[in-house]
Write a protein that binds this ligand. Structure first.
Ligand code: NDP
Length: 257
């Protein structure tokens, strides 16, 4: 039984795209708070490596993994159902898996538009829908959608990502409209620029790096660790009356011009 507001003991948390990057750090934070973790990704070898690291730290009983393509509706149904039967009732879903694609909008192929929308937005609908089906009868649950400052701010060459993250913001509200009455809290975390594999090329780009530092009131890139506390809060009983919010974790980027 949980002994404090932020204790996740006894809760099963599925974090999509947790084989690396932000998802991995969020999964680590939830495991550190006591949750049983289900790691997820597409690349089985990378996932197995992350699982081995987690097992060494938290023990094999509380660490599980499942690989499937988050854009494949049938695979999501099978994956969620496997977690429910093999691991236990899902208490926390973090919709984190995502990709980026940089190209001018006039040159963008519809296949690339679709791929980014499917991975960053449709995925949250698919996983959220399956998990809500089992959370609703239980009358409790936490869903955290990982958005971005691009939920609010556009930037050239990333139109599909911007559209997907803006959509994820309103999907968070739509899920709230339908599921809050069942004691399911759905919220989004909108990270600013975080140093991960996805952004490694931007960190190495001298002029972009200087622009980020100047544009961010906190004068630095975010780290994945900056997202740990907010994720634990939104996964825990400490946020039981927080519904449909987008929490910007961006060093102040979205509140200044
Ligand atoms: P990474 O590229 O480091 O990791 C992406 C994760 O998503 C991996 O685990 C990857 O699995 C998984 N994934 C991607 N596509 C699929 C798929 N089709 N099926 C299953 N799993 C998939 O990304 P980040 O950690 O940087 O980003 C994570 C989330 O945070 C994304 O939603 C991103 O938009 C968001 N974000 C990131 C920011 C940043 O600055 N980095 C800022 C704001 C938001 P595999 O290893 O198997 O490919």
């Amino acid at each position: 039984m949980p002994t404090s507001l932020f204790d996740l003991t006894g809760s099963v948390a599925l974090v999509t795209g947790s084989s690396r990057g932000i998802g991995r750090t969020i999964a680590h934070a939830l495991a550190s708070a006591g949750a049983t973790i289900v790691l997820h990704g597409q690349d089985e070898q990378r996932l197995a490596g992350t699982r081995a690291d987690f097992e060494r730290e938290f023990g094999a009983d509380t660490v599980h993994s499942v690989a499937f393509d988050i854009t494949d509706a049938a695979a999501v149904v099978t994956g969620v159902s496997w977690v429910e039967s093999a691991v236990g009732p899902i208490g926390v879903l973090v919709n984190n898996a995502g990709i980026q694609h940089r190209e001018a909008l006039v040159d963008l192929a519809v296949e690339d538009w679709d791929r980014v929308l499917r991975t960053n937005l449709t995925s949250a609908f698919l996983a959220g829908r399956e998990v809500a089906k089992v959370m609703i009868p239980r009358g409790r649950g936490k869903i955290i959608n990982i958005a971005s400052v691009q939920a609010d701010l556009a930037r050239s060459t990333i139109a599909p990502y911007t559209a997907a993250k803006g959509g994820l913001r309103n999907l968070t509200r739509a899920m709230t409209a339908e599921w809050a009455a069942h004691n399911i809290q759905v919220n989004a975390i909108a990270p600013g620029y975080i140093h991960t594999e996805m952004t490694q090329n931007l960190v190495e780009d001298e002029s972009f790096n200087a622009w980020i530092i100047g544009r961010t009131p906190a004068r630095r890139w975010g780290t994945t660790a900056d997202l740990a506390g907010p994720a634990v809060w939104l996964a825990s009983g400490g946020s039981d009356f927080v519904n449909g919010q987008v929490i910007f974790i961006d060093g102040g980027m979205t509140v200044v011009v």
